[in-house]
Write a protein that binds this ligand. Sequence first.
Ligand SMILES: N[C@@H](CCC(=O)N[C@@H](CS)C(=O)NCC(=O)O)C(=O)O
Length: 303
Amino acid sequence: MTPVLHEYPTSPFSELARLAFGLKAMAWQSVTIPVTLPKPDLVELTGGYARTPVLQVGADLFCDTAAILTAIDRLQPAPSLYPPPLGALHKVMANWAGGPQFMAHVGAALGAMPEGALPPAFIADRKGRFGLDMAALARATPHLTTQALTAAHWLDQSLADGRAFVGGDAPGHADLAFYSNIWFVRGNPFAKTTTEAILSLPRLAAWYDRVAALGHGKVAAISADDAIAIAAAASPAPVTGRIDAPFSAGQMVSVKTDGSGDAPVTGRLAQCDATGIVVLREGERCGPVAVHFPQLGQMVMAV
Ligand SMILES: N[C@@H](CCC(=O)N[C@@H](CS)C(=O)NCC(=O)O)C(=O)O
């Protein structure tokens, strides 16, 4: 079944997922979702999760790039997104890149933008959801830039032994995660000085070009209605994982990103172990779906 990515062009986490398709030379379909709330068609499928991107495989929805990349790797195992010798350690680095380093890169880039450069609706959305304060960000930009540059220097040092990618000869999840942060800064003309500082590191610049060359695979655009029809025509795949105590199979739970004000996804628990969380729910238009999350960073609560 051809996977569908719900995404938008300027999203760094979407770029990470697009590159995963490129690494595997896969065919996929894209639904362009709104950059700000509301996102009624996406929420019809996920039941509440409205971050970007979301992967859909039939009636299975994967929230968060940690779950998305694992799902892509399962759909087409070779070449792996978790090549040796790092294997699953790619996830550890991607978690750092997608956590504190994401805040540093995105903060440094947005904080460099003059007043009025970002649409007021975008600022209002990010303020309401994530506490974005443009004045505070502008003050923090020099600090955030040092944090991003530290990662760039570490990356450049790691490449000094001649390796092509973070973990050796083959690219993996960590490469895509580090790359997408720099890609976001590079895409912002107001952050030109930071981009130049990062790409002045010669080994890093050559690595950046190698990751970019992975491309995005073969993509075709479809509409949100098409994606909902795909889910309605499919059934969720059988769940194989465990349910660890204190939760039990079929229990009603809510899941949301830890520490966020995001809307929770509520449904019956079908899996809750270190390999992921699966909640079964039903949408009015899409019918029964399974919503998948990584366990790290997601909070499960009994309801
Ligand atoms: N941990 C999540 C983070 C996703 C995330 O925060 N994405 C940003 C865009 S790159 C977002 O959702 N922004 C708000 C939005 O798109 O509505 C992941 O790895 O996918």
